[in-house]
Design a protein around this ligand. Structure first.
Ligand code: TLP
Length: 342
């Protein structure tokens, strides 16, 4: 029997319907701005988030890194959450590609208070780095996919605007934040100057992300996309997958959230594992392995040899992510296997 793959919602494969949409895509050279399917996707996503324009990019990482590049100059400083993807999982790319220094602030499940930000923003002096950008992640991956409320984001942006600082939202899983909170994408977008969103996580597309912002920002982002090697040609085949995902795979995200909630409850009742149930708001479950007396790696290996795949998270925890290629039935089976093992 195939393993139950809960490592990430990035592991999904395009469905038959999605593949058919990709085959039918009308394409053109997107470096010339001539791919009609990419143009349609960009216009649709810009509208969805209530911003002027949008730009298709190959990955969430490139989306974040282009935005950081556009918002900053080498020698600037950016405030990031100490547990964010940008700070932890992008191999120090902001330092390498934008020449900026990252100032990590420990948010509460990705939420910064204005007091924390006040303390982190540098005074304006020639001998200090200039704080130019605050990055927020929503949903917040290393906090079990918890949601940063739209009101919090707006308060952050209000504070930042008064300080002449921009706000970037890493919205790789903003769709899950919308599904869980009932908020419209525009409500989250109102709290940010730029947003990067992904189609290749919970939405089930094979590749593709998008940067959203005002017209001038996107024009500059287009230049850096080319510099970073992200200018693609007949990429309408991928934009068609993203359009299909927007049409078919948003409503169903709530099912993934229900699967995660079920799994979290089961793992939390498993001897040796501990889940912070308040974190479980979307499609992720992070379980502490410390009470089991086994290392994270040992637990992952035991699960793997019994047909359940998860990943490591934080220092001593394991992570499961539910998605459209794992059914409730498989999640129940995974939970039963885990409970029988510990
Ligand atoms: N996250 C992956 C891993 O890299 C951890 C995952 O399995 O969750 N922002 C956030 C919040 C992300 O979670 C990810 C991917 C990215 C950006 C980067 O997206 P890609 O992988 O498309 O570069």
């Amino acid at each position: 029997m195939d393993a139950i793959d809960l490592r990430s919602d990035t592991v999904t494969k395009p469905s038959r319907g999605m593949l058919e949409a990709m085959m039918k895509a009308d394409v053109g050279d997107d470096v010339f701005g001539e791919d009609p399917t990419v143009n349609a996707l960009q216009a649709r996503v810009a509208r969805l988030f209530g911003k002027d324009d949008a730009l298709f990019v190959p990955s969430g990482t490139m989306g974040n890194e282009i935005c950081i590049k556009v918002h900053t100059e080498p020698g600037d400083e950016i405030i990031v959450d100490a547990d964010s993807h940008i700070f932890v999982y992008e191999t120090a790319a902001p330092s390498l590609l934008s020449g900026v220094q990252m100032s990590p602030v420990k948010g509460n499940r990705g939420v910064f208070t204005v007091e924390q930000l006040k303390a982190a923003v540098r005074a304006r002096a020639y001998y200090l780095p200039a704080t130019k950008l605050i990055c927020v992640e929503n949903t917040h991956g290393r906090s079990g996919g918890s949601v940063v409320p739209a009101g919090t984001l707006r308060a952050i942006r209000e504070f930042a605007a008064a300080e002449k600082i921009k706000v970037h939202l890493d919205g790789a899983r903003i769709w899950n934040a919308c599904a869980a909170s009932g908020a419209d994408p525009k409500e989250f977008a109102g709290g940010a100057d730029s947003i990067s969103v992904c189609f290749s996580k919970g939405l089930g597309a094979p590749i593709g992300s998008m940067i959203v912002g005002d017209a001038d920002f996107i024009e500059r982002a287009r230049r850096y996309r080319k510099i970073f090697g992200g200018g693609m040609r007949q990429v309408g085949v991928l934009a068609a997958a993203a359009l299909y995902a927007l049409d078919h795979n948003i409503e169903r995200l709530k099912e993934d959230h229900a699967k995660a909630r079920y799994l979290a409850g089961e793992l939390n009742q498993t001897k040796g594992l501990r889940v912070d149930m308040e974190e479980v708001q979307t499609n992720m479950v992070i379980a502490e392995t410390e009470p089991s007396g086994k290392t994270q790696a040992e637990v992952l290996e035991i699960l793997k040899s019994n047909g359940v795949l998860m990943t490591s998270e934080r220092r001593s925890a394991i992570r499961a992510v539910t998605h459209l290629d794992v059914s409730m039935e498989q999640v129940r089976r995974a939970a039963a296997i885990i409970r029988s093992l510990f």
